[in-house]
Design a protein around this ligand. Sequence first.
Ligand code: NAD
Ligand code: MG
Ligand code: MG
Ligand code: MG
Ligand code: MG
Length: 346
Amino acid sequence: MTTDDSTTTTVYTDDDADASYIDGKTVAVLGYGSQGHAHAQNLAESGVDVVVGLREDSSSRDAAEADGLQVETPRDAAEAADIVSVLVPDTVQPTVYEEIEPVLDPGDTLQFAHGFNVHYNQIRPAEGVDVTMIAPKSPGHIVRRNYERGEGTPGLLAVYQNATGEATQEALAYAQAIGCTRAGVVETTFREETETDLFGEQAVLCGGVTSLIKQGYETLVDAGYSPEMAYFECMNEMKLIVDLMYEGGLGEMWDSVSDTAEYGGLTRGDVVVDEHARENMEEVLEAVQDGTFAREWITENQAGRPSYDQLRKAEKAHDIEDVGEELRGLFAWADDAPTDEQDATP
Ligand code: NAD
Ligand code: MG
Ligand code: MG
Ligand code: MG
Ligand code: MG
């Protein structure tokens, strides 16, 4: 365990995990999607008893059985388990929780990969159960692939309710069994994980970056440049730049681009994403913190997702999607995942 003095962040590794906290226990993995399939298979290969919980009519049943796992209904799986890992979609979790609550015993553990439902009180865990989170910072197929290669996936650990006094140790043993402690597990809280996750995906990652790309593309096309050129400049090259930052931070990116790109970027970046953008970000963060966004999203789901469907349609209809599809069809690089050989020369 290392603690960074400047931030008091605790990072756990394999040395901190003690498998005896999960040995002999049964883990019910509810859901067999992105995270579920990875947790279930990694746990099983680490020697943990796993039972997958899926509805009778779930299309994932075949996949889980083909992977050699025992499949039960969510309720039966939870009843048989000491640890119930809730890996169905966040919007479905409250309903599934109602089904399994009656079969949770004192001392059992409710284990999550995201804090939304617990933090915003959509699930109110029974007293007497431990409530923990191991949230890999990767999609499930990467969690699985890293484990198979003997590598790890960084993750987060949080404890919301520690009824037994052993919640942290058990969560660490779980993190080890899915491969996270090989890479490092950062301690956080349900609140911090939920709020930073929502803010990140809204303001920077999914929302911010797509708006930046679309507005850049539109600016060039509206000024008379070709959509193909606009696509390359504003969308395709994004990956090359992000890969450099992922590998070596902002510094490696600035070092790799031309001096002209560096000077232009350093002088014009804040012109585009200016103080207004920061104020807008603060507004977005406030709506996450005060629960406005959560209420909106819950209501939207209860109404059958009318606005969400509209927004999805509009996004699909954007010109950049057609141009991109054509161009990606023409170039071989679209099939090759790694871009290490490609040069980023904005
Ligand atoms: P997913 O959408 O990939 O899969 C969910 C699975 O749940 C489905 O495959 C199905 O097996 C089952 N399911 C779907 N609808 C159901 C229903 N109505 N009733 C019962 N079961 C149903 O979900 P995911 O992305 O793996 O997310 C699971 C949890 O992991 C969420 O809390 C999510 O926030 C968290 N998480 C996801 C990622 C990621 O990259 N996908 C990363 C970190 C944490
Ligand atoms: Mg039980
Ligand atoms: Mg327990
Ligand atoms: Mg998220
Ligand atoms: Mg260029």
